[in-house]
Structures are given as structure tokens and as C-alpha cells.
Design a protein. Structure first.
Lengths: 244, 201, 273
């Protein structure tokens, strides 16, 4: 087995880290990690680690930013300086601001914001460790935190990332695969009940056939991940109490 | 026994039902909240967490957080902070003061008009999520009666989850409120709290 | 901590009642510290990391060790940089925007405790005199705030640094670059493990390692850093209240007595993981 920069699949079709073509990295979810927040969650997705907190609905300040028809979700995606191979400047960059915008918009579709005119729902997500796929890791945490905060939602926002590397379509690209010369990264978030796509970004070339195929893979993964989100939310309230 | 917990987007019924905390789409009924499901004549999902939704007539406890020339702004753990004009109050107040208030009106953006009833002094403020207030009160005030018995305190529960405690042992109430919040989804909670408080004694 | 916590004002009254009866809400003794646990090096992109738990206070510390140019007046010495982010994620009283005076004081007190201990040999952080030195960045986030961020951050930073590895480098006459993903078998050495001890005064009583509500009840704060040879290396008095000279003497002797207890707790927690 030769391990060099060009290596993405072995003879049996396994990926460089031993995963199958459409196998995701292990996912670990936790709800209720920040006592002082209205809702919070922690998500590990492979090496990626994100912590999210929700505050609100609360008075929108400055007041002129308030929307008289509904609540505004303000999403702050931030990377810790130590979360990437080089030290990241703590000041938010253009990438973080763009991700914050599309992620906030994704959550806005899920939440029933019309119930809370003139208010802000602030969602803070910090990436502690990154290895490709952090925006989806962050969004899963944010979606759990939103549910934990008691915000009414049409559905949980679930997501995954699919794409292509080393000539084949794959699920959940790692950093190594994302750096492949032919890499395509396609993060996607959905409301699984209604099959609505609420976030999609892509860089890299795909044919229509490839795109349609990988989209079906993503749809299936989103449903699986949603099942995990449902399970962890319910587990918080499974404990019985008998006065002990 | 624990109750049925549902999550946002969870399918509750294959037909369109009426109730609260739910929505229907394509003749099916789903939950809007992470909450407890009650299925009777109406289908209800009661959220397990969330801020105070003002209701006319509610008695709430608020804290003065700021003042200007004409009045005061209160934090009542809701979506908005109500404003009270100075001319409607006789005494001078300052930020940090606790006020017992009544909600006398709620507008279309869930902002409220309140009437100040009394200033609360010489006591301690604790809080729980507004959604847990019914559990803290209990059936026919059974939980409050129990907590008052064990702590020797006087307990005033605001509908917004702010709780004012005078005399006795407030630390017992604080501990009990944490337990009630954690297990608010459990049945017969008052009986179980009775056992718990006996043991803690 | 001088965070404005009006909402804790009334709970603080309860703390005062307990303190008057010589008790703490948490049932701890006045001079007892909370339990310590940690997860080391779980953040793989950091050169070292520590997810540190002190009671219910939880800190995430990440270390990055980078190559830098030395200061002209110390051409053969590297340095450390401590940054503590009071992210609005962790507490409703932490605002957005640039660091405020609270977080700057916190970072600087933690920095002084670590730096002034002289526990790091700055010359060991030199790669090539006048050209390349190591800069050790420790960035911290407050994940859960239950008081005493001073001590918790200092312990977290110390544990993270002591377990951080130096990256491998390629050094030529004029260039020095980090070899990505490869490490030397070398950690940031502290010869004397400085530990910070923070006390607050509630009415006339002094307690060690305050929780959030206890901080709200207090009117004065005193932090003191001690090294393992029982020297005091840094002090910060904070908040609007005051201490009498005799109280300060007591604080010093209590901190000195507590050093071994807390050091053992910290080392045990470090060994476990």
C-alpha cells in the first residue's frame, strides 16, 4: 500500500482512512453543555469539534435592525485560533462571515420566526478542531441548540457533506480528500421531513449524472443524521426520578 | 413513568389534528417543539424550555435594568423588556429593584403593558424556565406547599419563572428548583419531591 | 470577576446568609478548592490542548507554537502569549466586539502568573539567535462559567503547555519553516509549576476558589501566584472592596499551604488522561 499525496483508494475500494465510499466519519452529539445559555450543544464529527449556544428570542439591539414581522437569526460561526494547522487570526475573516450568513439563513427556514417579531435569536458557534466539514458540524450543533432553547421549528436541520476525490464520488470529505486535485466539496443541509434543501454550496466540477447520484447519497445521509439528532434530544429526558 | 417526549418535526399523527405546539402539513400532524406530548381531545405539545410568553392577567416578577427621564425598563425573562412610566409609580426606583407586576395588555408583537403592584424586598430571587412554572406550582399549589413546608420560606412564583423567596432556608428551595427543572417531564413529581426532600433533611 | 451580574444580586444575598453561618452553598469549606479534571490533547490541530474542568467551570485551552522573530533587546529569547476570549457564546453578560477590560485583566493576570514564575527558560525557546525564536500562543475559551476564571484559566494554560509538543522544523541559514504534522519529542518545560489562587471577600470573610454566585456576593478579589519552591510571583487585587494588611498576610499563608494540595490534584488529573 503506497501512501503518498496521490493516494485516495486501495485495491478494495477503501479510502485512505479505511472508510467505504459513502461512509461518514463517526459522529458524536451532546445537548446542554453551557449552563448560562438558553440552549446549547456540542458536536464531534470525526476530528471536527463544534460547540453552539443560543440566546433568545431577545430584544434586538440596535433597535433599528429589528424586523417588525419576525425574529432575526444572527449566526456567528467562528474558528478558534488553534483549530487549524496554522494559527488562525482570532478576528473573523471573510470565510467565517459568509458561512455565518448562509448557515443563519438555513436555520431561519426551519425556525418559526413569525412568532417573535422585533427580536433577535443569537446563535454562536465556535469550531475547536477542524478537518474539513466544519460548517455542517457547526450547523448540526446549532440546530440542536435551537431545539434545546425551546424555539419552535418545522423540523431539525440536518446536514452532511458529499463530493468527489481521486476520481470517485464520496461522502464526507476529509481534509486530505478535500486537497485532491479533482476534489469537489458539496456541503448540504436539509429539512429531512419535507426534503427541502436549506444550505448548499459547491466548489469543483461535477457532471449532471454525478451531481444527481451524489445528491441521493446526501439525502439518505441527512435522514440518518437526523435520527441521531432526535435520539440525543430525547435522551436528555429519559431519566426517571424516584426521589433519590 | 415518563411522558412521551417529541422533537421539532416529529410526526405525531397521520391525520390533521387540532391543538397547540403542533403544525399540519399534507394532512399530517407534526410537533413544533422539543416538548411533552399530550393527546386528548386536543393534541398538545408543551415545550420543555423557552422564554416567558406574556398573557393578560399574569402576575410576574421583573427586575429594573435601566431607567431614563420618564420611566424604567424591566427584565421579565420574555422576548421584550416592558417599559413603565414614572408617573404611574409613587416611589423612586433604581436598577436592580425587584417588582411584582401584572400583565395588563399584550400587543401583536408579544410586547406587554404591565402594572406595577409592589416592590419586593428582603428576599432572594431564583429562577426557572417559564415553561416549568406549572410544575413548580403543582396541582392545587401542592409543590409550593411542599417546598414551603421543608424550607420554612414564603415562596412567590411569577408566571415568568422568576421566584421570590423570603425567610427560612432559601438554599433548600434553590436545590429543589434545580431538581424540579431537571425532572419536569416525570409524573407524580410532588410525591417524589417529598421523598427527595425527606432524604435531604 | 467584575462582570455585572444584576441577576445574581439576590442569589448573592443567599450566599451571604450562608457565609454568615460559616457555610458555603456548595457545602465546601471556606478554603477548599473544587475538583479538577481534564482532557489533554484531544484537539488534533492544536500543538497541545486542555479541556479543563474546575467544579462546573470549564475552559478550553489550545496551544500553537510558531516561529517568530525575536525582539531586538532579547535576541536569544522566545516568548508566550496568553489570550482569553470571553465569547458571547459562554455567558449572556459577555458582549460581542473587541475584548473589554474584564477579559484583558483576566488574560494579563494569567499571563503574569505564568511568565513571572521564571518557570520557562526563554533561552530554550530560541531557535537561532537574532533570527528565529519560538512563540507559544495559548488561546482559551470559557465553555461554562461558574466562577473563578482566573485560576481555572491559569491551570488550564499550564496543563496545556506542559503537554504541548514542539513542531519539527527545517532550518537553513536564512529560513526556518515548520514541517507540518511532525513533532519533536519536546514539550514546553515549566520548572516550577506556578499556580494561581484567587480569594474573594464576602462581608468580612475570605473564601478560596469562588463560584459565580459567590463572586456576585463579593466586593473584593485577591489573586496570588505561587511556585513549587513556595515563592510568590504575581499578585492582583481586584474589585472595589479592600483587604486589611493582616487579611493579606493570611491569604498568603493559606495560598502557600494550599499549593501542594492543588498541585497534587492537578498532576493527578494530568496523569489520568
Amino acid at each position: 500500500m503506497v501512501k503518498n499525496e496521490e493516494w485516495y483508494f486501495d485495491q478494495k475500494g477503501k479510502r485512505f482512512d479505511g472508510r467505504g465510499q459513502f461512509e461518514q466519519r463517526p459522529i458524536n452529539l451532546k445537548v446542554g453543555v453551557i449552563d448560562r445559555a438558553d440552549g446549547s450543544a456540542y458536536v464531534e464529527w470525526g476530528q471536527n469539534k463544534a460547540v453552539a449556544a443560543v440566546y433568545g428570542p431577545r430584544e434586538m439591539l440596535p433597535k433599528h435592525m429589528a424586523n417588525p414581522n419576525k425574529a432575526t437569526i444572527r449566526y456567528f460561526y467562528r474558528m478558534a485560533p488553534f483549530s487549524v494547522p496554522d494559527r488562525k487570526n482570532p478576528k473573523p475573516g471573510r470565510r467565517e462571515i459568509e458561512i455565518s450568513k448562509v448557515s443563519g439563513e438555513a436555520l431561519s427556514r426551519a425556525a418559526e420566526l413569525e412568532q417573535f417579531p422585533n427580536t433577535a435569536i443569537d446563535v454562536f458557534v465556535t469550531i475547536l478542531d477542524a478537518n474539513a466539514g466544519t460548517r455542517i458540524t457547526a450547523l448540526l450543533a446549532a440546530s440542536l441548540a435551537l431545539a434545546d432553547a425551546g424555539i419552535p421549528m418545522k423540523d431539525l436541520v440536518s446536514g452532511t457533506s458529499v463530493g468527489k476525490a481521486g476520481g470517485k464520488l464520496i461522502s464526507d470529505l476529509s481534509k486530505h480528500e478535500e486537497d485532491a486535485p479533482d476534489a469537489v466539496d458539496l456541503p448540504i443541509a436539509m429539512l429531512p421531513n419535507s426534503d427541502e434543501v436549506v444550505l448548499m454550496q459547491m466548489d469543483g466540477p461535477l457532471t449532471e449524472k454525478e451531481f444527481n447520484e451524489i445528491l441521493e447519497v446526501a439525502r439518505k445521509s441527512c435522514k440518518e443524521i437526523k435520527d441521531m439528532q432526535v435520539k440525543v434530544l430525547k435522551e436528555r429526558f429519559k431519566d426517571d426520578f424516584n426521589g433519590d | 413513568m415518563t411522558k412521551t417526549i417529541v422533537v421539532p418535526g416529529e410526526l405525531i399523527s397521520d391525520k390533521a389534528e387540532r391543538g397547540s405546539g403542533i403544525y399540519t402539513e399534507n394532512e399530517k400532524t407534526y410537533s413544533k417543539y422539543l416538548g411533552v406530548l399530550y393527546q386528548g381531545e386536543d393534541t398538545q405539545v408543551v415545550p420543555l424550555n423557552g422564554k416567558y410568553t406574556p398573557k393578560e392577567g399574569d402576575q410576574i416578577i421583573g427586575m429594573i435594568t435601566a431607567q431614563d427621564m420618564n420611566g424604567y425598563i424591566l427584565d421579565v425573562k420574555s422576548y421584550h423588556m416592558p417599559y413603565v412610566h414614572k408617573r404611574s409609580i409613587k416611589t423612586e426606583l433604581k436598577p436592580g429593584d425587584l417588582m411584582l407586576c401584572q400583565v395588563i395588555g399584550v400587543n401583536e408583537i408579544k410586547d406587554m403593558t404591565i402594572d406595577i403592584q409592589a416592590k419586593l424586598e428582603d428576599g432572594i430571587l431564583l429562577n426557572v424556565s417559564a415553561k416549568k412554572v406549572p410544575r413548580v406550582i403543582g396541582k392545587h399549589r401542592s409543590m409550593i406547599t411542599l417546598l414551603e413546608k421543608f424550607s420554612g420560606s414564603k415562596i412567590l412564583v411569577g408566571a415568568n419563572g422568576n421566584i421570590f423567596i423570603q425567610d427560612g432556608k432559601p438554599s433548600i428551595v434553590k436545590n429543589a428548583l434545580e431538581v424540579i427543572s431537571k425532572y419536569s417531564h416525570v409524573d407524580n413529581l410532588t410525591d417524589k419531591m417529598n421523598i427527595y426532600l425527606q432524604k435531604m433533611k | 470577576m467584575v462582570i455585572k451580574m444584576k441577576e445574581h444580586f439576590y442569589e448573592a444575598e443567599m450566599v451571604k446568609q450562608e457565609i454568615a453561618e460559616n457555610k458555603r452553598l456548595s457545602k465546601r469549606g471556606f478554603l477548599d478548592t473544587r475538583d479538577i479534571s481534564m482532557e489533554l490533547n484531544t484537539l488534533l490541530n492544536a500543538d497541545g490542548s486542555c479541556i479543563f474542568t474546575y467544579g462546573k467551570t470549564k475552559i478550553i485551552a489550545g496551544v500553537k507554537i510558531l516561529i517568530d522573530k525575536p525582539y531586538p533587546d532579547n535576541p536569544d529569547e522566545g516568548s508566550i502569549s496568553i489570550g482569553i476570549e470571553l465569547s458571547p457564546m459562554s455567558d449572556p453578560s459577555f458582549g460581542t466586539g473587541p475584548p473589554d477590560e474584564t477579559s484583558i485583566e483576566l488574560s494579563r493576570v494569567v499571563d503574569r502568573a505564568l511568565r513571572e514564575s521564571k518557570g520557562i527558560d526563554w533561552k530554550k525557546l530560541c531557535i537561532k539567535e537574532g533570527k528565529f525564536v519560538w512563540m507559544v500562543y495559548v488561546d482559551m475559551y470559557i465553555m461554562n462559567n461558574d466562577g473563578n476564571l482566573f485560576d481555572a484559566c491559569e491551570y488550564a494554560a499550564l496543563a496545556a503547555m506542559k503537554n504541548a509538543r514542539f513542531p519539527k522544523i527545517e532550518l537553513t541559514e536564512d529560513t526556518c519553516t515548520i514541517v507540518k504534522g511532525e513533532y519533536e519529542n519536546k514539550v514546553v518545560e515549566f520548572t516550577n509549576d506556578p499556580l494561581l489562587f484567587t480569594f474573594v471577600k464576602i462581608d468580612d470573610k475570605i473564601i478560596l476558589d469562588p463560584e459565580l454566585v459567590e463572586e456576585a456576593a463579593s466586593n473584593a478579589r485577591f489573586s496570588i501566584a505561587i511556585t513549587n519552591d513556595k515563592k510568590m510571583v504575581a499578585i492582583q487585587k481586584g474589585a472595589e472592596g479592600s483587604f486589611k494588611i493582616d487579611e493579606i498576610k493570611d491569604i498568603v499563608s493559606i495560598a502557600l499551604k494550599n499549593y501542594d494540595v492543588v498541585h497534587k490534584k492537578l498532576m493527578n488529573a494530568m496523569k489520568k488522561k
